[in-house]
Design a protein around this ligand. Structure first.
Ligand code: URA
Length: 240
């Protein structure tokens, strides 16, 4: 059960860090390429993200993939970046990892429509291999550039609990590299009203070859989602 431990940068550290990082990268110029306004609703995200040129990923992607679901919502799930299916369809988690996530959410008593689901990075990054497009992990710079959108989503969705699905999402939300093993099972404050839990990415489950281990990992994931459900609805992780 996640327990509270504050090992995130303070807000002051963070703002100083992102100001420094921004001016070092000349990000103020990048704002000129981005819809430089503060959004009023998550409904404005698709168009705004589609016009985003804060990094180079927009060049080869089909489209930007914004988060979607309930907003505001008590629970926000953050993945890494859109994959091939998401890039083509324009929606997050609609491929094989999404099917795994949907199954786990349903078993945890959560309707996908009642939560907000997004990614740390909003454009697909890939390497062409013949007719296939192989997923490539976004770089630190791409994660940082896309934080603009993740921060907008956090502000608009105002979740009580954010679940980072995998290490890339955790890195985006914490502003530093962490491992899942280090952070899983902790409730890390992101603000006075928001906590972060870090867990596995659903695609990890798809890659486990041994059936027993796969089942055990899946069950652990469902337990975490069930505890998350209780946390946002009852303010406790106690599950009867
Ligand atoms: N993996 C992710 O991290 N996000 C998606 O939307 C799909 C697969």
């Amino acid at each position: 059960m996640p327990v509270i431990k504050s090992d995130r940068m303070t807000h002051e550290d963070e703002h100083a860090h992102s100001r420094t990082a921004r001016s070092a990268r000349g990000d103020d110029d990048a704002h000129a390429l981005t819809p430089a306004k503060t959004l009023n609703s998550t409904r404005e995200l698709p168009e705004a993200i589609n016009r985003c040129k804060r990094c180079e990923l927009w060049r080869s992607a089909t489209q930007g993939v914004p988060g979607e679901g309930k907003s505001p919502s008590g629970l926000m799930l953050v993945g890494e970046a859109p994959g091939d299916s998401e890039d083509l369809k324009g929606h997050p988690f609609v491929g094989p990892a999404g099917a795994m996530l949907d199954r786990a959410l349903e078993q945890a008593g959560l309707d996908r429509k009642s939560v907000y689901v997004t990614n740390a990075v909003k454009h697909f990054k890939f390497e062409p291999r013949g007719k296939r497009r192989l997923h490539v992990k976004p770089s630190a710079e791409e994660i940082q550039a896309c934080n603009w959108w993740l921060e907008e989503e956090l502000r608009l969705v105002a979740p009580k609990l954010v679940i980072a699905l995998g290490a890339t999402a955790a890195r985006a939300l914490l502003g530093r590299v962490v491992t899942i093993a280090q952070t899983r099972g902790e409730a890390i404050p992101l603000s006075d009203t928001m906590h972060l839990w870090v867990t596995i990415h659903p695609s990890f489950l798809l890659r486990i070859p041994e059936e027993d281990r796969k089942r055990a990992e899946y069950e652990r994931f469902v337990k975490e989602l069930t505890a998350a459900h209780h946390f946002v609805t009852h303010g406790t992780t106690h599950v009867k």
